[in-house]
Write a protein that binds this ligand. Structure first.
Ligand code: UD1
Length: 420
């Protein structure tokens, strides 16, 4: 497996372009299954998760053509079950369930397993589909869903940790072709859900309220092809902003949506980082002395769980005590032990990590265990004295387009070691 070798201590300077959002493009690709006409998706990031989703669509019978960052998908004739192994490997593939059910009235997907960040149940997805009239059987590792008719209804989708992002995507994608009106209460408000709603509306769906907790979906008989440009990745942009602060450099982040990043920008400013908004760009540099901050992850528009690990890396450099509380996923602290190898002083108390920051980090070999944990380790390596080798970086390639090349352009001494 590839690893990244980082020689730390170089302030990063220059410009970086943000790619399309992974978490937006996956459900949008799945939604192309709702029509037999071609759909054109632009600003698609070059990520292994996206390639995976492309393969899953192909395994269902869709034609997928890739030209640069544009994907054309035509799901002329499809079947309701794809490659078991492919689907099982990627948690995000659960979002094919809603579109398949709506189009074919039956679907079969492999049950997604747990992962390092928690058990990741799908009970809310199933609750929503059941409410629309689906019969669901879970056995032999499969989720089998069937509904001769889908009928609009009121669905409350709030769970233990709040709304569900992909659950909202799934139910919305099924309800667009249901009879009558569906109202989803406690819907996820993430910009990626809004992006999916915009794509579905461009296909002829009637969805109102996207971006709010109440979605009203008036079912239509069929959808048609559409073109769509995916929103910029707010998590990637936040990661580069933190890189500027951690290395004491200055980075101009282009092609972002600062309006999707208010919670992160606000916390960075509280931590003493200078963040200037210039239209779709952000200029980020360390303002002076870093200040400790307390962070709690929450559903959008709160601080994103997907930036928790990176923020923790920044707090390791910040003199004083910061408390980082994870409210979305119960075990999303796998980066703590690895940051410890670099010299960080972090202890876990229930859902909170207590970071005693301010010591200089020093390089060491570390192991990436999930996507955002890997990003935190890269950031810590960039700020640390000496060399850090981040092993198992396939996680990073799932969610960050060409991260090593982008960092290199900013002056980082980073190289990819390919396993022979
Ligand atoms: C999506 C994102 C992921 C992000 C997460 C939260 C994609 C591909 N992934 O994941 O990067 O970290 O949102 O912003 O878009 N839950 C239930 N029952 C369910 C579904 C979820 O209890 O049926 C719980 C989860 O365990 C978790 C919380 O709800 O505690 C939020 O999870 P959810 O929003 O569903 O995450 P994903 O959509 O899987």
């Amino acid at each position: 497996m590839d690893s990244l070798l980082i020689k730390g201590g170089v302030p990063l300077h220059g410009d970086v372009q943000i790619s399309g959002a992974k978490n937006a493009v996956l459900p949008i690709m799945a939604a192309t299954l709702l029509t037999n006409e071609p759909c054109v998706i632009r600003h698609v990031p070059d990520l292994t998760d996206v390639k995976f989703m492309g393969k899953i669509l192909q395994s269902l019978g869709a034609e997928v053509t890739i030209e640069g960052d544009t994907f054309t998908v035509q799901a002329r004739r499809i079947k309701g079950h794809g490659d078991y192994e492919l689907i099982r490997k990627m948690r995000g593939s659960i979002c094919i369930l809603g579109p398949l059910l709506a189009r074919l009235r039956k679907a079969e997907v492999s049950q997604p397993g747990g992962c390092v960040i928690g058990t990741r149940p799908i009970d809310l997805h199933l609750k929503g589909l059941r409410a629309l009239g689906a019969k669901i059987v879970v056995d032999e590792g499969y989720v089998r869903v069937q509904a001769p008719r889908l009928i609009g209804t009121e669905i409350f989708l709030g769970g233990r940790a709040g709304p569900t992002v992909l659950g909202t995507a799934n139910i919305m994608s099924a309800a667009v072709l249901a009879e009558g009106v569906t109202i989803i209460e406690s819907a996820a408000c993430e910009p990626e859900v809004t992006d999916l709603a915009n794509f579905l509306n461009a296909m002829g769906a009637k969805i109102q309220g996207a971006g709010s907790p109440t979605l009203t979906i008036t079912g239509v008989k069929e959808l048609h092809g559409a073109e769509h440009e995916v929103i910029p990745d707010r998590i990637e942009a936040a990661t580069f902003a933190i890189a500027a602060a951690m290395t004491n450099g200055e980075i101009t982040i282009h092609g972002a949506r600062p309006d999707h990043m208010n919670a992160v920008i606000d916390k960075l400013r509280e931590a003493g980082v200078k963040v200037e908004r210039r239209g779709t760009s952000l200029v980020v540099k360390r303002g002076g002395k870093l200040q400790p901050v307390d962070v709690t992850t929450l559903p959008y528009a709160g601080f994103p769980t997907d930036v928790q690990a990176q923020m923790m890396a920044l707090m390791c450099l910040t003199p004083g005590i910061s408390i980082i509380t994870e409210r979305i996923f119960e075990s999303r602290f796998s980066h703590v032990a690895e940051l410890g190898r670099l010299g960080a002083d972090i202890s876990i108390e229930g859902p909170s990590a207590i970071v005693k920051g301010g010591k200089r980090l020093s390089g060491a070999p570390v192991m990436a265990s999930d996507l955002r944990a890997s990003a935190a380790l890269v950031l810590a390596g960039l700020a640390a004295k000496g060399s850090t080798q981040v092993n198992r970086i396939y996680h990073l390639d799932r969610g960050y387009e060409k991260i090593d090349q982008k960092l290199k352009q900013l002056g980082a001494r980073i190289s990819r070691i390919q396993e022979t």
